[in-house]
Design a protein around this ligand. Structure first.
Ligand SMILES: *[C@@H]1O[C@H](CO)[C@@H](O)[C@H](O)[C@H]1NC(C)=O
Ligand SMILES: *[C@@H]1O[C@H](CO)[C@@H](O)[C@H](O)[C@H]1NC(C)=O
Length: 208
């Protein structure tokens, strides 16, 4: 953990303000999740390790079609987040890698710890807010706005993000349109793309 990562975690914890009647409710993902999250693990069985996540260690090799490797840490992967309204992710970019345009149910704050990326979002008035970030820079993406990140450096890049929901979800526009069960003719109509282009996109995701 470098200083920047510690800083972002400090910021996240400092933002917690809502009062709850238990000190914590480490989730039990073996039980069904309701709208408010998971049922609490028996507090007598909770240990320090329940509050420590080690899955951000090491190299994350970007080997998908977008040239990224996203390690999402929502309450299902790190049940200590349950009920706290926070979550995190580590974003690794290969050279030229991107996180394609997407949104969450929540806001997101990003800190760049390696490399150089363009990060941005687009508001409901179609105004794009984007900038090349340097190591140490922080950018916020307001709740539900479509946003993206592009590695524009000559080396791999790494960023960490935090989101103000334990289960913020991620909805990637290209995969919602072309990787799921939406028929090609509907995708074509709702995007104004050509049939040829829709088929090309669906082939990338193995759905045509
Ligand atoms: C992310 O990196 C890990 C560790 O190198 C690897 O096991 C995993 O397959 C990678 N995932 C993607 C989507 O690239
Ligand atoms: C929306 O964008 C237009 C220019 O594209 C601008 O004139 C207008 O003031 C904007 N509206 C808001 C609410 O930001």
């Amino acid at each position: 953990m470098n200083n920047l990562s510690i800083f972002i975690i400090f910021c996240v914890l400092a933002s917690l303000s809502h009062a709850i009647e238990l000190d914590f409710c480490v989730g039990d993902p073996s039980l069904p999740r309701g709208p408010q999250g998971y049922a609490c693990k028996d507090p007598d069985k909770v240990t320090t390790d329940d509050f420590v996540f080690t899955g951000f260690r090491g190299e994350k090799t970007p080997n998908n079609v977008f040239g990224n490797n996203v390690t999402s840490v929502f309450s299902d992967k790190f049940p200590a987040f349950n009920g706290l309204g926070i979550s995190m992710a580590r974003l690794d970019f290969g050279v030229g890698g991107v996180i394609p345009i997407h949104s969450h149910r929540t806001s997101e704050v990003l800190i760049l710890v390696k490399g150089s990326i363009i990060a941005g979002f687009i508001d409901t008035n179609n105004t794009a807010y984007y900038k090349i970030l340097e190591v140490g820079d922080v950018m916020v993406f307001p709740q539900a706005m479509l946003h993206f990140q592009i590695n524009v450096g000559k080396t791999p890049a790494t960023a960490f993000v935090s989101l103000n929901g334990a289960n913020p979800a991620i909805q990637l526009t290209p995969t919602t349109l072309f990787a799921g069960n939406l028929p090609a003719d509907i995708a074509q109509k709702i995007t104004l793309l050509s049939h040829k282009e829709v088929i090309r996109m669906k082939r990338i995701f193995g759905t045509a």
